[in-house]
Design a protein around this ligand. Structure first.
Ligand code: COA
Length: 151
């Protein structure tokens, strides 16, 4: 996850420790996408991930923290399938929330198309604005995808 985030060209890279904590304590709401790789000792290689957690004050709401797919694997529906996997394994979820920078067309399109495919509604509401960040950062409005159902 750390490696994919690092190479994404887009994501804020968290510490490697943070990804280990996510994988250890939030595995129910994180997924990786793997492809066969004969050169790897495990026989497979991670090419994408989604990380998230249930909102502590409303556990039917899943907050998607980061999603990324290696550049050479993009455009094959992997990110959409990662989101599918999270929701299909959690029948009690009603809502998916995430933040997307205004200029991140790929990410915005991913969530808009995914919501449509899942028969859910999508809306935007302000969340983090540039002045919330101690470092240089663009606004991160929140996307709210309501009416998700496991299949
Ligand atoms: C955003 C990202 C995860 C999408 O991964 P992906 O596996 O290529 O996405 P998918 O193939 O599932 O595509 C989902 C939809 O978005 C569309 N899409 C994907 N990339 C796009 C782009 N660059 N421009 C426009 N639309 C795009 C696809 O056409 C697809 O729409 P469809 O269902 O109508 O065919 C990937 O581009 C990425 O890792 N970007 C860098 C990291 C990032 O910005 N993450 C999001 C912020 S947390």
């Amino acid at each position: 996850m750390w490696r994919v985030a690092r190479d994404s060209g887009e994501l804020d890279l968290n510490s490697s420790y943070a990804y280990l904590v996510l994988a250890e304590h939030f595995a129910e709401t994180c997924r990786v996408a793997v492809v066969p790789d004969g050169a790897s000792p495990t026989g497979e290689r991670v090419v994408g991930f989604v990380s998230g957690y249930r909102l502590p004050d409303d556990v039917a709401h899943l907050f998607v923290w980061q999603v990324a797919v290696d550049e050479e694997a993009r455009g094959n529906g992997i990110a959409g399938r990662l989101l599918d996997a999270l929701v299909d394994d959690a029948p009690d979820l009603t809502t998916v929330k995430t933040t997307v920078a205004e200029d991140n067309v790929a990410s915005r399109t991913l969530f808009v198309r995914w919501a449509a495919r899942r028969g859910a509604t999508i809306g935007t509401t302000p969340l983090f604005t540039a002045d919330h960040f101690p470092d240089a950062h663009v606004d991160e409005p929140m996307l709210v995808i309501d009416g998700v159902h496991a299949r």
